[in-house]
Design a protein around this ligand. Structure first.
Ligand SMILES: [Zn+2]
Length: 154
């Protein structure tokens, strides 16, 4: 599976948007407590588009890819950058929403003590983040998030 492009770097106050980008399968990094200079360097070095809500950062003279996000609501924020994104079945839920790492398939026998019993009884496919250990499965939360995405992209 090809990695989705572009990659993003978000300021800390766009944490919610970062989660939705990860849900779509995008590499959406947040580096906590770093200076603007460092953020700009990282955006260039790692070829990421910097997403910011700060006008001051958006108008900086250095050369780097940037988008000024205007809304404070994540669904509106997604709409603002919709033209950069694709909503593909193949890529959704391939990344940890918390750590931004790629998820790996894990068998049901390995998660029996980690997920609620009603889930275990009805769902066969699971994924795990090898960094934070979070287990993901296509449950009701997943369906709700898909619905939100459909409303934005359709
Ligand atoms: Zn994780």
């Amino acid at each position: 599976m090809l990695a989705l492009k572009p990659k993003f770097l978000l300021s800390e106050n766009l944490n919610r948007l970062a989660k939705w980008l990860r849900l779509l399968g995008y590499d959406a990094a947040i580096y906590k407590a770093i200076s603007t200079d460092k953020m700009i360097n990282l955006a260039n070095k790692e070829r990421r588009i910097l997403l910011t809500r700060s006008n001051k950062i958006a108008v900086r003279k250095e050369k780097f890819s940037r988008i000024l996000i205007k809304s404070e609501f994540h669904t509106e924020q997604l709409k603002e950058i919709r033209s950069y994104l694709v909503f593909s079945r193949e890529h959704i839920f391939t990344r940890c929403l918390i750590c931004n790492k790629i998820l790996f398939a894990i068998s049901r026998d390995k998660v029996w003590n980690l997920v609620p019993e009603f889930v275990l009884n009805s769902i066969k496919e699971y994924k795990v983040c090898r960094k934070c250990g979070k287990i993901y499965w296509p449950g009701s939360h997943y369906k709700n998030m898909l619905e939100v995405l459909r409303n934005i992209f359709d």
